[in-house]
Design a protein around this ligand. Sequence first.
Ligand code: ARG
Length: 355
Amino acid sequence: MENEKRIKKAITFLEQAFYELEKDPDKLQRRKRDVIHEINTTGTYTHTYEELSHGAKMAWRNSNKCIGRLFWNTLTVFDARIADTEEEVTEALFHHIRTATNAGKIRPTITIFKPEKVRIWNHQLIRFAGYEAEGDAIGDPDSVAFTKQVMELGWKGEGTPFDVLPLVFQIEGNDPVWIDLPSKEVLQVTIDHPEYDFTPLHAKWYAVPIISDMCLEIGGVDYKAAPFNGWYMGTEIGARNFADTERYNLIPEVAKIMDLDISSNATLWKDRALVELNRAVLYSYHKEGVSIVDHHTAAKQFHKFEQNEVKAERDVTGNWTWLIPPVSPATTHIFHKPYRDKISSPNYFYQEKPY
Ligand code: ARG
């Protein structure tokens, strides 16, 4: 990025952040001067911890696809910009997993690495492998390409449907390294149902979704390695990861357990199985004391977020197609109103895969 452009972005960010943090206008003027000087002499600039932390929170607040944004201001921000060895990066990632998991009482957390230094290959820090097989894939079909890559690097899975993938990252263009994620580090929940016997499904899922392949952009600086997490909304697991035909495709098996009449679409057997699968996910996470939110409560919380934003005199932006839950969308207020999908900065962006 040219200096000119970065300076413009930096100033816009600093003005907004300092305003929101109610900082002294004199301090803002001095900081702007220093940042302009730093960009002109080095081509970039270094955020203070306060800027980094607030920027990451603003980026969450601006994430139009996210229904969980009521909690944007509670994000725990770890500054890992000093990590520049394999050991230090590994330690920072394990530290993230541990503190975010918090024995089930999940803490929304982000760990921010130095721009251009670290690149994480995983889509999420914790995810199940997928293996191509004759007929159906084994494990998570969405992980097949990545699993192939890490096997080429020398990793070997056990070949179960729920093998936890290793952490894979590279430092400054060096060859990527993979680090096994021991199962004791990965809190998981076995899925069962309050009434039906779901044991034949052998379904389980991990507690914490930690997106690790998006780029955090704050004031003209791109943090390409900045894994972040909240807690799950039940439908992400029950209506997508387990239900999509291109994922674990469990609806037909659930229908069998429930002894549903699958001879006609009109019995709504898919819908009935889907609801019970989603009940099972929420029931199981609750039973294990692992944070999760159902889509009705999440929509209510999002409504509160919208009110808060109006009060703060900020635009509420959103991506309707992502905000509506995949189960019973029209039972939430979100379904019944339009949202403007305007992209503001700071934000989290998709970026090119490193492999
Ligand atoms: N939908 C993704 C998954 O099922 C996770 C995306 C982030 N979700 C969240 N609740 N923060 O793994």
